[in-house]
Design a protein around this ligand. Structure first.
Ligand SMILES: [Zn+2]
Ligand SMILES: [Zn+2]
Length: 498
């Protein structure tokens, strides 16, 4: 060693890490080989979202995986650490829309094709960056098997599962209460709603009783939904209202007569014990509505405004069209409030109620509000036509697997959360009003209302022979992410041992 090659005073990994990593890869040290004499040990990477770059959490998580896989590799197992990235439908679409906004371009201007072109370019850029970051971490992944949740194999698996579950009656399309983000203009799943304490008010309103002329007091945090009220509920046991069983109230501002119903949802111990029922815009009221066969009246548009004459005309047309009409809400022409945002409508409606002497009081109240995990705007519960997975029959064997000890939670206390979640599970809304993602493999005939679910790219109506139109929506990212451990290893192809 000469004097010029003194050991540097500080550690400078940049000088040699890349060279060493390249050497590992070139020599195929991380490439999985099937060896029947060795026990297999496999980790399928939880695919990072292509929304941006890796963060500290990824660095930790991937280091842990790397430690495990290297330990097993050196202990003589046939190891595979399979890498890849996730298309992250809503999160990525939101990022691209945001980037487009900076350029003054909207999704509508460039159309679906144009948008998808941008999305794929985004994937190249950010997916590529994530891969190079994983490599810089020294992750010993088998790069010859790198996958993407929207590649051909994953798409094949998604279509296969959709068709199989549909054929078994476990996937259905229907009008149901969903979490709706008026900003992202899509439905989102229960898991994508974040709850935040927000300052608000409890507005005490007065509704006149038709039969007796008295005023019924009730409180609401969202007075703008009142136009969609289709009942008022009291508790059957409440001594204050025994004389009102079977009576009606006149809905203020629009003078619609709606029934007073007896329902357990009305809690005698809270306030006046009277609650307004808006089945199209509140999940609890939706249940009350179903119990009493109340009409569903939608008063919000999907982009967060009050409905008007055009919305009503479109809905009336749809409601007359046979199969499509099942469970389709009525739409109200909100008249002078039509076209206002829900925030503007709240102000206008409160002012009008006050002028009519029907706003009794306003009580400040911090309350827990559901917000969109992507854009943090308040979620609007809406009845809308979506695709759902029937969860109960699927949850049963998953519950049994843990009860019988075939699957274990570490730490064990998470078992409780799991059981609570699985035993109370609701049907999963899997359709999203987004363009970036796996398109729903369902086709509609506009001539005769026929629906076909198929893995093919196009479909002809089996009833009338017309060209069918594919559902414009995409699937919740988790529909494909849940299949990731299978689709990356070849499922649904039967390729045992290859
Ligand atoms: Zn949102
Ligand atoms: Zn047809």
């Amino acid at each position: 060693m000469t004097e010029n090659h003194e050991l540097p005073k500080t550690y400078a990994p940049g000088d040699f890490e890349e060279r060493i990593y390249k050497n590992w890869c070139d020599k195929g040290y991380f490439t999985a080989k099937i060896d029947k004499k060795k026990k297999p040990y496999t980790i399928v990477i939880p695919p990072p979202n292509i929304t941006g770059q890796l963060h500290m959490g990824h660095a930790l998580d991937n280091t842990l995986q790397d430690i495990l896989i290297r330990y097993k590799r050196m202990s003589g197992f046939a190891t595979l650490w399979l890498p890849g990235t996730d298309h992250a439908s809503i999160a990525t679409e939101a990022k691209i829309v945001e980037a487009m906004r900076a350029e003054g371009v909207t999704k509508e201007q460039i159309g679906r094709e144009g948008f998808l072109k941008r999305a794929w370019a985004w994937k190249e850029q950010y997916g590529g960056r994530i891969v190079s970051q994983l490599k810089r971490l020294g992750s010993s992944c088998d790069w010859s098997r790198e996958r993407f949740t929207m590649d051909e194999g994953c798409s094949e698996a998604v279509k296969e599962v959709f068709v199989r579950l549909f054929d078994k009656g476990l996937i259905y399309r229907g009008n149901r209460m969903v979490n709706w983000c008026p900003t992202c203009v899509t439905s989102i799943s229960d898991a994508e709603v974040e709850y935040e304490d927000k300052p608000g008010n409890f507005y005490h309103l007065l509704y006149p009783v038709k039969e007796t002329g008295e005023m019924l007091e009730l409180a609401t945090t969202r007075p703008e939904t009142m136009l969609g009220d289709t009942a008022v509920a009291i508790n059957a046991e409440d001594p204050r209202y025994q004389h009102l069983h079977g009576c009606h109230v006149i809905l203020p501002l629009i003078n619609r007569e709606i029934p007073i119903v007896c329902d357990e949802h009305a809690d005698m111990t809270k306030g006046t014990g009277v609650v307004k029922i808006t089945p199209a815009h509140d999940p609890n009221d939706y249940e009350v509505g179903a119990r009493h066969d109340l009409p569903l009246v939608r008063v919000f548009t999907y982009d967060g405004k009050m409905t008007g004459a055009a919305d009503k005309a479109a809905a009336d047309k749809l409601r007359k069209s046979g199969t499509a009409a099942v469970g389709e809400p009525e739409v109200l022409d909100c008249g002078k409030y039509a076209g206002l945002t829900t925030t503007e409508a709240r102000k206008a409606i409160l002012a009008d109620l006050e002028a009519a002497g029907l706003l009794k009081s306003v009580e400040p109240l911090a309350h827990n509000v559901g917000t969109c995990y992507r854009c943090h705007q308040v979620i609007e519960p809406m009845v809308s036509k979506q695709w759902f997975v029937k969860m109960e029959p699927l949850a049963k064997p998953a519950i049994a697997a843990v009860r019988e000890g075939r699957t274990k939670f570490v730490p064990e206390r998470f078992e409780k959360n799991y059981f609570h979640w699985m035993e109370n599970i609701r049907d999963w809304c899997i359709s999203r009003q987004l363009w970036w993602g796996h398109r729903i493999p369902a086709f509609y005939c506009d001539a005769c209302d026929e629906i076909t679910v198929t893995k093919e790219a196009t479909a002809k109506c089996p009833k009338c022979g017309c060209e069918m139109r594919q559902d414009p929506d995409t699937l919740d990212t988790w529909f494909s992410s849940a299949l990731w451990p299978f689709s990356t290893l070849g499922w649904p192809r039967k390729n045992r041992g290859s």
